[in-house]
Design a protein around this ligand. Structure first.
Ligand code: SF4
Ligand code: SF4
Length: 136
């Protein structure tokens, strides 16, 4: 019928006008994110055994790890970098991690000005978030 689309659209508008207010007041109030939101990555360097399984599991080659031999020939983590601009937040790396050192987090305020700032030093970030009392 001619004009049916117009009335459907007006119906939706009316429903929204009379329904509950859904305005979010971010950044004054932090939003309640859906529980399955995945927007950032966190590392607990103390739990990391430098096995490289996360890097091997990543389909986009986001993770680069370097390590050195420590006491009793054990690997000690030296650097852990993620090129987050290429990350899909698919979580495959966290599933591969045998120690639970790597996890997906809901931290979403990751806006930057330079693309290079998306190359995260995960050890440094873990230290900073610990200083702020957050989960790495
Ligand atoms: S979340 Fe996915 S894309 Fe991102 S580093 Fe892990 S495996 Fe790679
Ligand atoms: S899989 Fe886990 S323990 Fe192994 S290198 Fe990655 S973060 Fe570290």
């Amino acid at each position: 019928m001619f004009g049916k689309g117009l009335f459907t659209g007006l119906g939706i508008t009316l429903k929204r006008m009379l329904g509950p207010n859904i305005t979010e007041f971010y950044p004054e109030e932090m939003p309640n994110l859906p529980p399955r939101t995945r927007s950032s990555m966190g590392l607990d360097p103390e739990k990391c055994i430098s096995c490289n399984m996360c890097a091997n599991a990543c389909p986009n080659k986001v993770i680069t790890i370097t390590s050195e031999k420590g006491e009793s020939n054990k690997k000690v983590l030296k650097s852990y970098r993620m090129d987050v601009g290429r990350c899909l937040f698919c979580g495959l790396c966290t599933e591969a991690c045998p120690t639970g050192a790597l996890h997906v987090t809901q931290q979403f305020e990751n806006a930057i000005y330079e693309a290079d700032e998306l190359k995260w030093d995960m050890i440094e970030r873990a230290g900073k978030s610990r200083g702020r009392g957050e989960q790495a």
